[in-house]
Design a protein around this ligand. Structure first.
Ligand SMILES: Cc1cc2nc3c(=O)[nH]c(=O)nc-3n(C[C@H](O)[C@H](O)[C@H](O)COP(=O)(O)OP(=O)(O)OC[C@H]3O[C@@H](n4cnc5c(N)ncnc54)[C@H](O)[C@@H]3O)c2cc1C
Length: 555
């Protein structure tokens, strides 16, 4: 049996940053269902926020983040993010990150939504690509054991402690136990619970579902971020950097409609605000074939090619539009998971031995709405902390013995999937869940629509037991992986639905037509969802407010 001091599930930026932070005398394992550099972090485009200039301050970064979160973010965590961000950028730079530069040699920073200062450091519009490759080099140097293309099915828990995971080696089809004194979940977001999303197809929220099945609470899952600019049809992301560099949004009448919704910040209001505005324009018929238009033409070819080369390429390839010549058709699309596994500022979950960092964790930095550029920073600052605290814990305990119970359960789960002779296909069911989430739990929500959505989800849940796999092979059985991922998607869809139906207010990304206002009196609290036989059981807990008292939020 393989055994490690610290085992990290997920090799995106959070997982790799954690691995690199662990002292070299400890034995570290890191598992990923895809090659590490194919983790979704690699797709990040626009940049990473830190107050690195003397005219800026971490306090101002903190204020913008708290306001952006619609006062649902925990201020102790936000303070840590903003205080540590500048040093962590410098450390990335020392590792070799080639940030874009101003003519005087300083790190360039661009404007992003909801920022009071242009605070987003970037590498053109390929920031994630640059950082993932940088950390992969560091991971190689660190000589951790990399389980590449292994799929983790469950956590192993004994006496309330996490002591390892069950994982399927995709190459051999064998299921095994990997022991560890401490486990860090860094499994990324759940964007693919929705049919159309900017996220990679692998972003199915497995780590959150594993934690949920092991009895841990998922926090604030109803807060799903819709990004304002995703490309027509494909839903591919067009970075906020495009508006940060000066792009305008127009409706079919040629009006810069953000004047009506956010007269001060205009296109650079927070994502929830801009997405709702676009949605309203589209719903009220001022759309261009279901979209609004993002115009970059006035930036000129040279600037577009220098700062936004990938956006130029994506628009041309996937929408047939050259942004130098014509506006890009865009609309809001599912992008980011504000909620996740409840985690404190030391990245500890409520289960001893289990840590979480990055998009799968909810510390909560982003509250009801995340600011662009803060997710990458969170993976670095809190990935680092997760590595450090998990290492300290691993050094302080002995490996706990455990039974084969979970391994046997997962073997049976897979055997039962493989043995059915007929039934429904996974892809069709996954699509049904995705469509229900798009139609009933989108940008604007109401009790009636959500209750209907919950009934439809229940009906799909009742059919999961009929899934039939055509592929009976052991080697790279991706149909089997799809089926396991569908279990994660189903769990999370139900949790999002339950949290959204119960929260009778509008805050950040959660907007209800039947409760259009924020209600601090009754709803300034985090949702916690626990698994039960009757579906998600909800509880609530306080928001941590240390420095910035709630006020009205306008842009
Ligand atoms: C297109 C796009 C652009 C973005 N641009 C920006 C940006 O410019 N700035 C910004 O701040 N944020 C941006 N974001 C958000 C940000 O990139 C992510 O929140 C962040 O990179 C997530 O990092 P992570 O390490 O938590 O997870 P990920 O990078 O998603 O990595 C998850 C890892 O977990 C592994 N994994 C998952 N489940 C399993 C399993 N069952 N078994 C084994 N391994 C598993 C995966 O293989 C992967 O290695 C963007 C997001 C998208 C989708």
């Amino acid at each position: 049996m393989q055994s490690h001091d610290v085992l990290i599930v997920g090799a995106g930026l959070a997982g790799m940053r954690a691995a690199v932070a662990i002292p070299s005398h400890l034995n570290v394992g890191i598992i990923s269902k895809v090659h590490p550099v194919r983790s979704h972090s690699v797709a990040a485009e626009g940049g990473i926020n830190a107050a690195v200039k003397p005219e800026d301050s971490w306090e101002s970064h903190m204020y913008d983040t708290v306001k952006g979160s619609d006062w649902l973010g925990d201020q102790d965590g936000i303070e840590i993010l903003c205080r540590f961000a500048p040093d962590d950028i410098m450390e990335l730079e020392r590792m070799g990150a080639l940030f874009s530069r101003d003519p005087d040699g300083q790190i360039s920073q661009r404007n992003f939504g909801g920022l009071g200062f242009p605070r987003t450091c970037y590498v053109a519009d390929r920031t994630g690509h640059a950082l993932v490759h940088l950390l992969y080099e560091q991971l190689m140097k660190r000589a951790a054991h990399v389980y590449e293309e292994w799929y983790v099915t469950s956590l192993v828990v004994e006496d309330g402690h996490c002591c390892g995971v069950i994982a399927l080696n995709l190459f051999t089809g064998e299921l095994s136990v990997i022991r560890a004194k401490a486990v860090i979940l860094a499994t990324g977001g759940y964007g693919r619970v929705y049919l159309i999303s900017t996220n990679g197809l692998i972003n199915t929220g497995d780590g959150m579902s594993m934690a949920y099945r092991a009895g841990l609470p998922l926090q604030d899952m109803e807060f799903v971020q819709f990004h304002p600019t995703t490309l027509k049809d494909s839903g591919i992301l067009i970075t906020e950097g495009a508006r940060g560099e000066g792009g305008y949004l127009f409706n079919s009448r040629g009006e810069r409609f953000m004047e009506k919704y956010a007269p001060n910040a205009m296109e650079l209001a927070c994502r929830d605000v801009v997405s709702r505005a676009e949605y309203q324009e589209i719903m009220e018929g001022r759309d261009v074939d279901g979209c609004v238009m993002l115009d970059l033409r006035h930036l000129g070819k040279a600037k577009i090619m220098e700062r936004l080369p990938q956006i130029w390429e994506l628009s041309l390839t996937y929408a047939g539009v050259d942004p130098v010549e014509a506006p890009i058709p865009i609309r809001p699309g599912v992008h980011y998971s504000m909620g996740g596994i409840r985690t404190n500022t030391r990245c500890e979950t409520p289960m001893p031995g289990l840590y979480a960092a990055g998009e799968c964790a909810c510390i909560s930095i982003h509250g009801a709405n995340r600011l662009g550029g803060n997710a990458l920073m969170e993976t670095i600052v809190f990935g680092h902390r997760a590595g450090r605290y998990a290492a300290e814990y691993a050094e302080s305990i002995k490996q706990i013995d455990f039974s084969d119970r979970v391994l046997e359960q997962d073997r049976e789960r897979i055997a039962s999937l493989m043995s059915r002779k007929n039934g429904e296909r996974v892809v069709a069911l996954r699509k049904e869940v995705g469509v229900i989430m798009m139609e009933h739990f989108g940008i604007l929500r109401s009790r009636e629509r959500m209750e209907e959505g919950k009934q439809r989800l229940k009906e799909v849940r009742s059919r999961l037991g009929n899934i039939y796999l055509q592929d009976r092979g052991k080697v790279f059985n991706l149909e089997l992986i799809e089926a396991l991922q569908l279990d994660s998607i189903m769990d999370l869809a139900e949790v999002i639905a339950a949290g959204a139906c119960s929260r009778e207010e509008s805050r950040g990304a959660h907007s209800r037509t039947d409760f259009p206002d924020r209600n601090d009196q009754d709803w300034m609290k985090h949702t916690l969802a626990y698994q039960s036989d009757q579906g998600p059981r909800l509880d609530y807990t306080d928001v941590n407010i240390t420095r910035i008292p709630p006020t009205e939020r306008s842009y």
